[in-house]
Design a binder for this molecule. Sequence first.
Ligand code: NAI
Ligand code: MG
Length: 413
Amino acid sequence: MNTDLGVGAETCTMRRREMAKYTVVTMPGDGIGKVVLPESIRVLDAVGFDAEYVHADIGWDFWINEGNALPERTIELLAKHKLGLFGAITSKPKDKANKELKPTLQGKGLVYFSPIVGMRQRFNLDICIRPCLSFPGNPLNFIRRGPSDEVEEPRVNAVIFRQNTEGLYAGIEWTNPPDNVYAAFASHPKFKVFASTPKQDLAISTRVLTRNACRRIVTAAFEYAKKHGFKSVTVCEKPNVLRETSGMMEEVAKEVQKNFAGIEIWSTNIDAQMMWLTKNPEIYGPIVASNMFGDIVSDGFAGLVGGLGFACSANIGDEVAVFEPTHGSAPKYEKLNPPIVNPIAMILSAAMMLDHIGDFDKAKKVRDAVAAVVAEGKIQAYDMMRIVGGPDSLSKGAANTIQLTDAIIAKLK
Ligand code: NAI
Ligand code: MG
């Protein structure tokens, strides 16, 4: 190819990259985010995805050195290129965050705010999709005892649609609330039980939902159900107690459902759902929930299909979309060389990006390659072997991160 073009390899690469169809903003972040993200790019390259990648800063180092874990330059890159791959970030409690700020930034009233939550709010990435699909042959798949005591391994294919920007994670909260806020709360008849508590001993986190955002997340779940042939959408809330907010989600779901003939609404309460998910997880398809309940129920289902090493996600807004594994930065594994963590969650997140841009064929190829490696069972990261992770995992037969990615890439060919 170089000879045909009459240019050297480097020029050729640049030329290809200049003409790449997509530009993807890569945000490795902290810890193992820096390990798994490059692995997903290797897979994307191998499947023939035509993109160039632009690095963007995010995470703890930027909090320490700049007082902002999500620098404006990263926001600008995302605004420009619209597609992002994100690894993971480290975050720490308030007092630790303040102590670790570099001395010249201390005492300036800087407050740490999660860059993920910030990114979701800034670009209104309000639709979070977390597929929880079991790959046959995964030793981590949920099993249960059947009616004659036989072992059953139900096929799980739940997809959680989590409202991503509102509710309990919107960040509207106070300890020792200001007078006007206190007065507003005090005006509610049910506040009487808190009236004798001094303000400084009151912590308040609010749960605000809007009809519009409820409609968007519910509609996304129904559209998915329609496209993939599911006959139900489960709304997982708690409307018997949270009458206003969960009540609104339910009400909107009933309205939206009218446009989707043949797809039923199932209503479950979050607490009961967490019990049922180990009884009959195979009956659920798309599940829609507000922010915190979606976080909880998606972790629950992820635990049935391999846990953090397999849990992928998409954060989708009108313009920008960011794809990330749901695991964190697992700092204890950051420095291991070779790395041992499972790259599959990140690789499946990259496959979700391919779906998002409509390249279903390549997305399927990636998932099929992961499925083939899992089914074969020869190359497994330490988590798949159910052993404790550490430098000695490899001597116990675990594959390292790079070997597992290589095996997936080999199945693409
Ligand atoms: P974590 O997800 O980083 O790790 C929990 C445990 O899960 C690890 O010790 C490891 O045993 C396992 N694990 C995670 N990812 C794995 C992978 N790819 N392969 C194999 N095993 C894996 O959660 P943790 O320990 O609670 O938090 C560590 C840091 O990450 C904290 O600073 C936390 O705030 C942050 N965090 C960030 C998230 C994000 O960036 N989306 C999400 C969750 C936590
Ligand atoms: Mg979570």
